[in-house]
Design a protein around this ligand. Sequence first.
Ligand code: 5AD
Ligand code: SF4
Length: 448
Amino acid sequence: MTSDKNTQKGLYIKNFGCQMNVYDGDRMQEMMSSHNYDSVNSVEDADLVILNTCHIREKATEKIYSELGRIKKNISGKKEKTIVAVAGCVAQAEGEELVKRAPIIDLVFGPLTYHHLPDILQSFENDNLNKKKAIVDIEPPNEDKFTELPKRLKDNRAISAFLSVQEGCDKFCTFCVVPYTRGVETSRSFLEIKDEANELISTGVQEIILLGQNVNAWSNSNGKKMDFADLIYELSLLDLKRIRFTTSHPNDMNHKLISSFRDVEKLQPYLHLPIQSGSNKVLKNMNRNYSSEEYVEIISELKSIRPDIAISGDFIVGFPGETEDDFNKTEEIIKKIGYAHAYSFKYSPRPGTPAGQMENQIDEKIKSNRLQRLQDEIKRSMYKYNKRFLNENLQVLVEKETTPGYFSGRSPYLQSIHFQSESSCIGNIVDIKVLKVNENSLSGEILH
Ligand code: 5AD
Ligand code: SF4
């Protein structure tokens, strides 16, 4: 459909949670643009509002209900009906319950069914606008979502883009809802991924970040036998500057993939490899299936072939039964690995997960105290990591002009770097001499 000013409608999407949701949100927006929906920046200007939700922690779920409350206020005076949709993992997990608790919702669909949006929107508009009965569409479909989605948008102008290659998870860590909300582990086929990579490249994308809940468990689902290291190698042959991937599981790391960090020049020296806890007892109760020693061994192998590699991780504090001694082991791991970056969370009991039923839950105050101490340790580690680059030169892929004359981009180690330049250099790799560092970003001057 071509766009027509009179029928053009406004779409407001708010993403919560992980990068998979950012990717899904972008795909929804691209899909709806061929149905006459343009992105708008506020709920007030929107005809369709989509909350693309996250269910990973309780706080994330509660945020959705407060957001719905705000939306209700924002649209209360409007003449035209605003259609309110809840997508993502909360939609998948709660389905009808959501509508019962928040009757303002018109559409509910999940990560596996968002390609149905144009159809369910049409049915809602045709049949339901007056009756106002919500449509809930969360049953895993038979068809492949990705083959139903349109090509990537030509005018997206991003330098760095996500590409989802794998979804779902069969690992069943005892704390995690993902296997229930995103379903079983599935991989896209190599050819489908390559096509999408080429579509992104044709829009000007220079860096692709391969996404999956267990991205390094990827294997070709159709055609010749390939593992994740093969995928990286094949994609590195395309007209791209950089490749990254996230999130990996320690048990799916292998020598071949580790060697890719030496052998594939475009693969950037940064690995997000969550350990979650430094205590073997806690790791066992989390069903992580590795010990802290095995994790350290993987990192040692990586550093032996790529000494400069930046390691990032996820940590959970206050998992049921975690003692002060267990927590100390997590702090020790942070010192030992020297993380360049890390995310840390208080354990949040989730409905339907084994850890949610465990009796030895940790007091909220203890969790908060441990989180604070852990985050202080992480900050020190990040600062220490960044400090080594002071007065060094880094190759930066420039992503945007933040204010006129000021640009920002990423180093190979995923550090955000700010600098001044008289001419636009977006999309180029430039040499930056680092003049200032803090734990979250660097700044410097461009070298000509
Ligand atoms: N409570 C706290 N953190 C969690 N994560 C996953 N589930 C929970 C939970 N129930 C964290 C893990 C994971 C990251 C994406 O979110 O650290 O790696
Ligand atoms: Fe969740 Fe564990 Fe699967 Fe990661 S590996 S998505 S933490 S169940």
